[in-house]
Structures are given as structure tokens and as C-alpha cells.
Design a binder for this molecule. Structure first.
Ligand SMILES: Cc1ncc(COP(=O)(O)O)c(C=O)c1O
Length: 388
């Protein structure tokens, strides 16, 4: 039989307790921090809507006005006739926000990471991509790893946040084209890259620093600027699908890289531009993210409360972000805790390999600006019981 490996591999996923399935989710009309699954409402601690902006009236209105003005679709790729006023305006807003010369929009963060790494790491006109080196933090997102290894560049990995190891790796290289890549806030741990040290290392080694700010943008730094408020970052990528509550992504960089990506990045050239209506909605969410500091303050206040209320034997990965990881190691344990919380009306997904390393299954709690003290107390009480 053709493709027999499919059923064998799926059976193996079941055996390993790593089988994944989707749930069809509805937003609870009563509160945007709750979801309804199979008719039951749950308090949601597995959302990436960190600032609680999804469903915000002003963003919805901007989207509706965008649809009225531009329709739902860009109707072409950006280099043909798909780059509308809405896209240019969004790029300009991001440049101003992050103090960057240029910005380029992508259909997703995954595509943006692939585009950047594959385009910088591809050979052209006799130049070998072996003249390019990528240095990736061990915990870099799947899309960065995918982009790097599907390029022709030399790829080196350094242990998570290990500046000493990275320094030694860079010292051994005489390559002129070095890119250091990491995440502003790590998606499954919630801790931050050592942004200042990475920026210094990049400067001292004549390398570029590339940060994936998917989980930092809107949440960290002054006006929600993410890692850019901590140091001078050569290239910033961030998705709109998390704190900014829309979809798509951007890369902010200098003029020449911007031009290079427009000319050579296949993910940009051969893909329909994001919906202009989504671009209009994103402009509005960025404006709110910049202005409403209380949303960032609330994440910190509730995160501190959560840490205080958890029993002391429960260890959280240290975090200044919305993401709080409780590593329970075994898949079985993570699934069991998730199930116990579900029975109490709390949705907290179990994160298992291969999303995280073997023997590091976890509960990934996201605390958002639309949670309140009572929600956090309920969560902490339930976790204390399930993990005692
Ligand atoms: C660190 C990181 N980078 C990139 C992505 C991909 O972004 P998108 O969901 O827009 O494809 C994600 C998550 O989805 C992420 O966590």
C-alpha cells in the first residue's frame, strides 16, 4: 500500500502520548478571556492574545472600514499589484514605532523567518553560501531552525543563552557574513535573550543580530517596542498573530536588506500580500499597544500574583513576559494536569515533544491583560491541587 508509513507514524504518536488533535474553538460572547469548546466554557490560559486586544471594538472597526475600502483580499502578490496603501501605511507605522529605516510584511512569522534565513543563506552568481554563517540559540523557534537548515549557509547552534559559548564560536570564525539569531522572548519558556550582550557581541564581531520578537512585541519595553527598546537590533522579525491580535508578520531592517528581500526572497515574491483590511486592523492594534501601558503593567502585576500564589515546590521558568512555563518532564504528567484543569473549567494545553525537548513536557501558562485577580487565584488553586 502506498504511504504505509502514515498510519505507522500516527500509531507511534499515540504510543508516545504525543498525538495531537485540534479543538474547534468559539469565543465566549461574555468575556474575551474565555473559550467555548464542545459547548463548555473555559477560562483560557493558552492564548497568545497577550494584550487582550482580540475583539477590541476599534480594531474590529478598522478591519470593517478596511474591507469596505479595499475588499478582503490584496488580490495579487506585493510585486505585481498587491501592495496597497494599507500595507505601505502599516510598514511606515512600524518603522516609526521601532525606529527602523525599512519594514517588509509577510503572510506569517513562519514565512518571514524562512524568507530571511533562506534568502541570506542562498548561493548566487558564483558566491557560495558557505561564506555565510548563522549562529542560532538552541531554543530558537522551529521556523528559524527550518529556515537555517534549508539554506546553504553554515549553521552553528549555541546552548540556550550561553554567551560564553557563542563568543568562543565567533572567535574561531574568519567569515565576513555572520548572523546571530535568537528570540526576544522564548516561546516555550518565556525567558528573554540577553539582548544587550548579543548586540555587543554582534558589533564586536562585525556580525548582524536577528531577533524574533514574536512574543516580545507589544509586551516588552517602552511603548511595547520589544527588544528594540533594549539595544540596537539589526533585524527584527515579529508576528501580528499574538499580542497584536491580527495575522501576518514583518521584518524591520536597513534599506539594502529590505531591497534584497524584495528582489530575492521567494516567500515574499511568490505569495499573495496580506489582506489590506488586516493591515488596517493591525495599524489600529499597534496604536493601542503603544498608548495603553496599563496592559503591560497588568501582565506584570498578574504574573507576580501568580508566582506568589503557587505552592513553593512548583518551579516556574523565570520570566518577565506573559509566558510562564511549569516543566513537569513527562508527557503523561502534562496531559494529566491539563485534563484535571479542564474538568475545573480551565483551558491549559500540555506542551510536549517535539515542540519542546524530550523529557521537558510542560504546562505553558499565558497571563494576559484581559485576566483578573480572581482568574489567577482560580488557576493557582487548581495547579496547586493538580501538582501536589
Ligand atoms: C518565536 C516564534 N516565531 C515565529 C512564529 C510564527 O509566527 P506565525 O504564527 O505568524 O507564523 C511563532 C509562533 O507561531 C513563534 O512562537
Amino acid at each position: 500500500m502506498a504511504f504505509e508509513f502514515i498510519s505507522a507514524q500516527l500509531a507511534r504518536q499515540h504510543e508516545l502520548l504525543r498525538y495531537r488533535k485540534r479543538n474547534t474553538v468559539q469565543l465566549d460572547s461574555q468575556a474575551n478571556n474565555r473559550i467555548v469548546i464542545e459547548g463548555k466554557s473555559y477560562l483560557n490560559f493558552s492564548s497568545n492574545d497577550y494584550l487582550g486586544l482580540n475583539g477590541h471594538q476599534a480594531i474590529n472597526k478598522a478591519m470593517q472600514e478596511g474591507v469596505d475600502r479595499f475588499g478582503a483580499s490584496a488580490s495579487a502578490s506585493s510585486l505585481i499589484t498587491g501592495h496597497h496603501y494599507a500595507h505601505q501605511a502599516l510598514e511606515n507605522d512600524i518603522c516609526q514605532w521601532l525606529n527602523k529605516p525599512r519594514c517588509l510584511l509577510f503572510s506569517s512569522g513562519f514565512a518571514a523567518n524562512l524568507a530571511l534565513l533562506q534568502t541570506l543563506g542562498q548561493s548566487f552568481q558564483g558566491k557560495s553560501a558557505a561564506e555565510v554563517e548563522f549562529y542560532l540559540d538552541k531554543l530558537s523557534h522551529a521556523s528559524m531552525i527550518e529556515g537555517a537548515y534549508h539554506s546553504e549557509a553554515k549553521v552553528k547552534r549555541f546552548a540556550h543563552n550561553n554567551i560564553t559559548q557563542l563568543t568562543a564560536q565567533l572567535a574561531k570564525s574568519s567569515n565576513e557574513n555572520k548572523l546571530i539569531a535568537s528570540e526576544g522572548v522564548f516561546s516555550m519558556d518565556g525567558d528573554q535573550a540577553k539582548v544587550g550582550e548579543l548586540a555587543k557581541l554582534a558589533t564586536n564581531n562585525n556580525a548582524w543580530l536577528y531577533l524574533d520578537d514574536a512574543h516580545s512585541i507589544g509586551v516588552i519595553g517602552e511603548n511595547g517596542q520589544g527588544s528594540n527598546s533594549l539595544a540596537d537590533i539589526d533585524i527584527t522579525m515579529a508576528t501580528f498573530g499574538k499580542a497584536l491580535a491580527s495575522s501576518g508578520a514583518f521584518i524591520a531592517c536597513n534599506e539594502s536588506l529590505h531591497d534584497y528581500l524584495i528582489n530575492f526572497a521567494r516567500h515574499y515574491i511568490y505569495s499573495t500580500a496580506i489582506s489590506p483590511a488586516v493591515a488596517m486592523a493591525t495599524r489600529q492594534s499597534i496604536a493601542i499597544a503603544q498608548q495603553e501601558q496599563w496592559r503591560r503593567d497588568k501582565i506584570i502585576e498578574l504574573s507576580n500574583l501568580f508566582t506568589d500564589l503557587l505552592d513553593k515546590h512548583i518551579v516556574l521558568v523565570p520570566s518577565q513576559s506573559s509566558i510562564h512555563a511549569i516543566i513537569v518532564k513527562k508527557e503523561e504528567k502534562a496531559l494529566s494536569v491539563s485534563q484535571q484543569l479542564k474538568e475545573q473549567g480551565i483551558w491549559l494545553s500540555a506542551i510536549r515533544p517535539p515542540t519542546v525537548a524530550a523529557n521537558s513536557s510542560r504546562l505553558r501558562v499565558t497571563i494576559c491583560a484581559n485576566h483578573n485577580h480572581q482568574d489567577i487565584k482560580r488557576l493557582a488553586e487548581s495547579l496547586n491541587k493538580a501538582l501536589n
